[in-house]
Design a protein around this ligand. Structure first.
Ligand SMILES: *Cc1c(COP(=O)(O)O)cnc(C)c1O
Length: 371
């Protein structure tokens, strides 16, 4: 009998395939292959193939990936970038680190950028729309592209949570100039530390980011300095782990979608809950469920009830949308996002959950609703 379900079992990420991981780590370390070695190149090739991107580049983390992409796209001081306020503070932080000004935008019912609201934020300084593909779901790119075309803006995606997600057959990260991924351990493709990915179909942006991540040098095997850069390399050992994990990543996603379908079947009769769109309900979408974020008018009570049952839950971003961080100087009024944050809660969702754990979560949520 289970006595609880953690929100994310970090140890299990390693222990689930301990022997295989030790074998990979031993192989990499005994080759002395620490930095910028073939494991990184292999992973980059697999990431490009998996997403269908012309170029994929391993970088240190999902945050720096954004900064490098902005610099490579010519975004900097004096430019405004509109981002969705329901995102990690990493998104606007990366915009600031590139020297530009982040402008928070309201979210739609699904928690992603509302293009209608984005349009109202456009000024003569706006250069780019940067939606976050949150929770494994691509933002409403048809509307966002239409707006970008009309207003002459670039698009880039913070796809940290959405590797493998698709919309109208196209991969998250490929709807604009570039897309970025995070391989933080709790992300759907997680490594054993920090890691990030960058994809683009643009040769110039790819060359620029390739150089930037290694002090402006030309890339693997080249020491020619072409641009100002930094150290934002993906560690070769993490790359080797990711290269192994990406081979079975389709199964990871399938398991997440299976759990989402179970949650949906169990909770769809509870009228006070708002659930994420059920997998498969819209044939144009393929959501990967990095998170399962529900909404309840009794959110705080529900969270406490689940905590008593030892079910781990999280209110995303510590309970605050980015524009609510007053210390960062935002004064924008975003009523749709404010309302969302009064109700949102994430329940356990990852590929490591067992059927028993999923049942335990379901029973606990049902019990709160006297079912
Ligand atoms: C995790 C995350 C990031 C940051 O990624 P790191 O690899 O931790 O730098 C950025 N944006 C979103 C939406 C994220 O979920």
């Amino acid at each position: 009998m289970l006595d609880g379900v953690p929100f994310f079992n970090y140890k299990e990420l390693f222990l689930s395939q301990e022997e295989k991981f030790i074998e990979i780590i031993r192989d990499v370390l005994s080759r002395g292959a620490f930095i910028m070695q073939r494991d990184l190149e292999e992973f980059e090739q697999k990431l490009a193939k998996f997403t269908g991107a012309k170029h994929a580049i391993g970088v240190s983390d999902g945050t720096n990936a954004i900064t490098l992409g902005l610099r490579a796209s010519g975004i900097g001081p004096g430019d405004e970038v509109i981002f969705s306020s329901h995102t990690m503070v990493a998104t606007p932080g990366a915009i600031v680190m590139a020297g530009a000004t982040p402008v928070p935008c309201d979210v739609d019912e699904d928690g992603l950028m509302d293009a209608t609201q984005a349009e109202k934020l456009i000024t003569s300084k706006t250069k780019m729309l940067m939606p976050t593909d949150l929770n494994g779901r691509v933002a409403d790119m048809m509307a966002i592209r239409k707006l970008a075309d009309k207003a002459g803006l670039l698009i880039a995606e913070d796809a940290a949570q959405s590797l493998g997600a698709r919309y109208h057959g196209e991969s998250a990260g490929l709807f604009g100039a570039f897309g970025t991924f995070s391989f933080y351990p709790a992300k759907s493709l997680g490594c054993f530390g920090d890691g990030g990915g960058f994809i683009t179909n643009d040769d110039d942006i790819a060359a620029h980011v390739h150089a930037q991540r290694d002090h402006g040098r030309g890339g693997l095997g080249s020491s020619e300095v072409t641009v100002w850069g930094t150290n934002s390399r993906l560690d070769n050992m993490q790359a080797a782990i990711l290269s192994y994990l990406i081979d079975s990543f389709d199964e990871n996603i399938a398991r997440r979608r299976e759990i989402a379908a179970k949650y949906d079947a169990a909770f769809s009769g509870i009228s006070e809950l708002t659930l994420p769109p059920k997998p498969g309900i819209n044939p144009d979408r393929f959501d990967t469920f990095q998170n399962y974020e529900i909404r309840s008018p009794r959110r705080d009570e529900l969270q406490k009830f689940l905590a008593d049952k030892k079910v781990g839950t999280i209110i995303q971003w510590g309970g605050k949308a980015v524009h609510q961080f007053e210390t960062l100087g935002f004064s924008t009024n975003l009523p749709q996002t404010d309302r969302f944050f009064e109700e949102c809660l994430m329940i356990p969702m990852n590929h490591l959950l067992t059927d028993d754990e999923v049942s335990y979560v379901i029973e606990s949520v049902l019990a709160f609703h006297n079912l």
